[in-house]
Design a protein around this ligand. Structure first.
Ligand code: NAP
Length: 284
């Protein structure tokens, strides 16, 4: 039976460390500050933004919210970003996705200064990550790295198979695992005979977006399984990409959904905000 990797416990551990760092910055006269922009009335986005603000409050980060109407133009959004870029008291800027369809998302994301890009979506930060010089890190993948660290699992020399090649999870996770000296294989919807590849994984990362997609016969005995999925089963209940009950009989360690990878994503957003504040104030 696999060890359950407890995302809430690891979140609380990391938030504790970050709260101390925020307090230390405050003693040096620096108030760490995150600006969150939300455009329109998407209800899921509203929940995410509220959760991000609550995490800030918990560890002493000041949060600013800019709620803009649905009809906001790309130019208006960019004007706000320019203002926040120029504001020395703002350390991190986040534009909650999705933005309404008429807004040029890439133009907006690329306008945020790389030094304030706490979501790590700017091409400069993506490029830095790919050459092993990342500072602000992709939140969900970095959360998984922190989980492995906490559990004492060293990816070096292990075969890490990532299912999914999205820009926010699959690709950056592959880069991070490479930087940790794993041998990495990235799979996607055109991969031929996926199970034969996933069965080779010492560390299997599922970032597919299909409920219970990874079955026990796709997993090697003793593998570490990290489930990024946030899906709904046939009863509408939140579940992951991994068939948890069956796979936990074979894996050595596994993240549950909910309570696994999910709680780490906002934690790493907090980490990036603190790192941005330190870098901008030349505190190393
Ligand atoms: P995405 O952009 O839809 O990417 C899904 C990936 O899965 C794609 O690369 C796709 O391949 C691949 N895929 C789809 N069907 C496949 C199949 N049959 N066999 C192999 N690969 C297949 O999704 P995402 O944004 O990476 O998110 C993935 C999941 O993680 C979702 O459930 C999402 O809600 C969740 N998520 C959770 C968090 C968190 O904080 N916990 C954060 C982000 C995302 P192609 O590229 O060939 O289409």
């Amino acid at each position: 039976m696999a060890k359950i990797i407890d995302g809430k416990k690891i979140r609380d551990y990391n938030l504790g460390i970050l709260a101390n760092e925020v307090a230390e910055l405050k003693e040096n006269g620096i108030e760490t500050c995150l600006a969150v922009i939300i455009v329109g009335n998407d209800s899921a986005s509203r929940i995410y933004v509220n959760n991000k603000k609550a995490a800030c409050e918990k560890i002493g980060i000041k949060s600013l919210e800019f709620a803009l109407p649905e009809e906001t133009t790309t130019e208006e959004l960019i004007a706000l970003i320019d203002k926040l870029n120029a504001d020395g008291s703002v350390n991190g800027i986040l534009c909650q996705l999705p933005v309404p369809k008429h807004i040029n998302k890439n133009e907006v994301l690329e306008r945020i200064f790389p030094s304030k890009d706490v979501d790590c979506f700017h091409p400069e930060n993506v490029g830095r990550l790919s050459i092993g010089k990342g500072h602000l890190m992709p939140c969900t993948p970095m959360g998984m790295v922190k989980m492995l660290e906490y559990e004492g699992i060293d990816p070096a020399g292990k075969h890490c198979v990532v299912i999914g090649r999205s820009d926010i999870v699959g690709k950056p996770m592959a880069m991070l695992m490479l930087s940790k000296n794993a041998t990495v294989t990235v799979c996607h919807s055109k991969t031929v005979d996926l199970p034969s590849i996933t069965r080779q994984a010492d560390i299997l990362v599922a970032a597919v977006g299909i409920a219970n997609f990874v079955k026990a016969d796709m997993v090697k005995d003793g593998a570490v399984v990290l489930d990024v999925g946030m899906d709904r089963d046939e009863n509408g209940k939140l579940c992951g990409d991994v068939d948890f009950d069956a796979v936990s009989e074979k894996a050595s360690a596994i993240t549950p959904v909910p309570g696994g990878v999910g709680p780490m994503t906002i934690t790493m957003l907090m980490r990036n905000t603190v790192e941005a504040a330190k870098e901008q104030n030349k505190i190393y």
